[in-house]
Design a protein around this ligand. Structure first.
Ligand SMILES: [Zn+2]
Length: 642
């Protein structure tokens, strides 16, 4: 398969963003924690695109402004101040965050800059109160080694995280300011990656490197992956917001399929002798055609005042809109995305899906006739809405149809949960960056470099030796842990509990136990690092036995809002004392007295089986065997003595 991708000329670059667990934010003294249910101060803003130094207005910025939304911010006092509200200039850049970024740069063989200059990057979806995101390049170049070849590093950047979106309607977007300003490290690779699996592997390695500094935040949303994907003849597509590592390869596979299909559509257009100019672009009011329609969709939309049915003819596009470009998404969906994003309409209807939606074949025929279009050759796109909105929507459709003649448009797309993607905005131009004049440049001093050296992750070969020689892991388990997403958690747990719980038990808790539960279909993705730490703490204090871990994790996977202690108590997993165990063994022997007499010492497995039914998961099986053996011998002596 990877050779197929090579012949397609697949090129993938990654942008990995990881939230840093620093004590304060990047440009102020607020802590880097999210807060819930606080008494917040709120204020509203309307944002406008500013011209960059070169006088251009960024297209992506223009699109956001075009939507005319109001942004409402809530500012929790525990986690935000006047800096987040853009009412006070930013403070000097956080040196702790800088040191972490430099530590990563060292591990990636990257060239650290002499002075850190903060830049402003225009972002006006409202997620930054100032209308821009502050970002600073820390290092350039470098590489990471991978089994399919070396992957170059382009930049290592430190930037502020955006505000947290709470809700969104057509008119109002609400954000919370607790997340705004949390330091993010962004590592961008060169487009050297040649297969979906390689992308997944490299993303994992880079994420793990950041976690190994011990300064990465944990949990959902703390790491985000953006992908740049292109194939030969296609175009660089930027895909935002892939939250799970395991989705990376799927998103890339689907994007390759999309680009292949868009190139096929381009070829078909050329074969049909069409050119962009063939599309007249005239928007026509065709409400009259649907005067008597039985289509509920159209009738209910027409009930609102000022609405009508508007149409454009896409000359020669018949059949193309129905072509599937990604699983469940057709070329028509791509047109519909543009209509929705640029005008706010709910969607479009096109003739490749008609008759349908209650629209009859007669109405379709009438539609073609009223627009003097060719039923065997042309496609028609409809929008039912107010005139102004419908015009905007259909102009966006025409613009997208024009782009089809070039194959793949340069776009920023958002990942859907199933691995397909949808259009978000055009790819931002270079016009979006300009210098931040409120913050003086910071020299990378000896002091910062020394701080960074302390954080630079220990090389893998050293770790491997330590795991085997000091922690007594088997070579297999040591390898498994080195490749684990929870490597840093393992190391942290060993440093906290290693004196009371053997590292091999911690290693199997974070890896083998969870893996075998996953095979059984237990939803282990619900198990958090906190759950695992709580479970190891219970082991350390002797509340549970290691045999209880599978049951405990399986309960927590199903009821993740519980703590490990609550879950253990509910299913009665607390470890048995020896005297409790002895009582259970004595009872089992007494209840099976006749068989014990008959079988003698060979009754061991029978009694063991009976006892294990009761105590499984609560105490070590070896201890049970010892007690059963001892009690059985005593009983035989006693029975025979009677
Ligand atoms: Zn603040």
């Amino acid at each position: 398969m990877s050779s197929d991708y090579r012949s397609l000329g697949l090129k993938v670059g990654l942008e990995i963003h990881v939230q840093l667990n620093t004590s304060r934010k990047l440009f102020c003294n607020c802590p880097t924690k999210l807060v819930e249910g606080s008494e917040d101060f709120t204020f509203d803003r309307i944002l406008r695109p500013a011209r960059s130094e070169t006088g251009e207005v960024d297209v992506a910025a223009f699109l956001e402004w075009h939507r005319g939304k109001v942004y409402r911010y809530s500012s929790p006092h525990e986690s935000s101040c006047l800096v987040e509200a853009d009412e006070e200039p930013p403070h000097e850049i956080n040196k702790e965050a800088l040191a972490i970024a430099i530590a990563i740069a060292m591990a990636l063989h990257s060239n650290i800059v002499d002075e850190i200059y903060v830049q402003r990057k225009i972002v006006i979806d409202g997620s930054n109160t100032s209308g821009f995101q502050r970002t600073a390049i820390v290092a350039l170049g470098g590489y990471i080694d991978d089994e399919d070849g070396r992957v170059g590093i382009e930049t290592i950047t430190i930037e502020e995280d955006a505000a947290r979106k709470i809700s969104e309607t057509d008119e109002l977007v609400e954000y919370k300011l607790d997340r705004l300003g949390i330091p993010l490290i962004e590592i961008a690779t060169s487009p050297d990656i040649q297969s979906p699996l390689q992308a997944e592997r490299v993303a994992f390695k880079i994420g793990q490197l950041v976690r190994l500094t011990g300064k990465a935040k944990r949990g959902l949303g703390t790491i985000r992956q953006d992908l740049n994907v292109s194939i030969a003849g296609g175009a660089k597509t930027e895909i935002k917001g892939v939250q799970h590592l395991y989705m990376i390869s799927k998103v890339i596979e689907y994007e390759v399929i999309r680009q292949i299909n868009l190139l096929k559509i381009k070829d078909l257009l050329i074969k049909r002798g069409l050119r962009p100019e063939s599309i007249s672009g005239e928007v026509v009011n065709v409400t009259e055609v649907f005067r008597e329609t039985k289509s509920k969709l159209i009738r209910s939309a027409l009930e609102k005042s000022g609405t009508g049915v508007y149409a454009v003819v896409l000359k020669g596009f018949k059949g193309l809109l129905g072509i599937e470009v990604q699983p469940g998404r057709r070329f028509g969906t791509e047109l519909s995305d543009y209509a929705r994003v640029w005008s706010g309409v709910k969607g479009i209807i096109h003739t490749d899906e008609l008759p349908g939606y209650g629209i009859s074949i007669d109405e379709v025929n009438e539609l073609y006739k009223s627009l003097s279009a060719n039923e065997g050759f042309d496609a028609i796109v409809l929008v039912v809405d107010r005139a102004e909105k419908a015009f905007k929507a259909l102009q966006a459709v025409i613009e997208r149809a024009h782009m089809a003649f070039n194959g793949v448009p340069e776009e920023t797309r958002a990942a859907n949960p199933d691995g397909t993607t949808k259009f978000m905005r055009p790819r931002p131009g270079a016009a979006r960056m300009y210098p931040e004049t409120d913050i003086p440049p910071v020299e990378v001093s000896r002091e910062i470099l020394d701080e960074a050296l302390k954080l630079t992750p220990e090389p893998y070969d050293l770790k491997y030796r330590k795991f085997i020689e000091t922690y007594c892991l088997s070579p297999e388990l040591a390898k498994e842990i080195l490749n684990s997403l929870r490597l840093d958690l393992f190391e942290e747990l060993v440093s906290l509990y290693g004196s009371r719980v053997q590292p091999t038990i911690i290693a199997s808790a974070v890896e083998s136990v969870l893996k075998s539960l996953k095979r059984e279909g237990v939803p282990i993705e619900n198990i958090t690092d906190e759950h695992i730490e709580q479970a190891i703490a219970l082991l350390a204090e002797g509340t549970i036995a290691k045999e209880a871990l599978p049951n405990l994790f399986s309960k927590l996977a199903k009821e993740p809002f519980k703590t490990a202690r609550e879950a253990a108590a509910e299913i009665g997993l607390e470890a048995l004392s020896i005297s409790e165990l002895e009582g259970i063994v004595e009872k089992a022997i007494e209840e099976n007295k006749s068989k014990v007499l008959e079988k003698g010492e060979r009754a061991f497995s029978l009694i063991m089986g009976e006892v294990m039914k009761i105590v499984r998961g609560k105490i070590d099986g070896k201890i049970v065997a010892e007690v059963v053996k001892r009690k059985l011998n005593n009983a035989l002596v006693k029975f025979k003595g009677l």
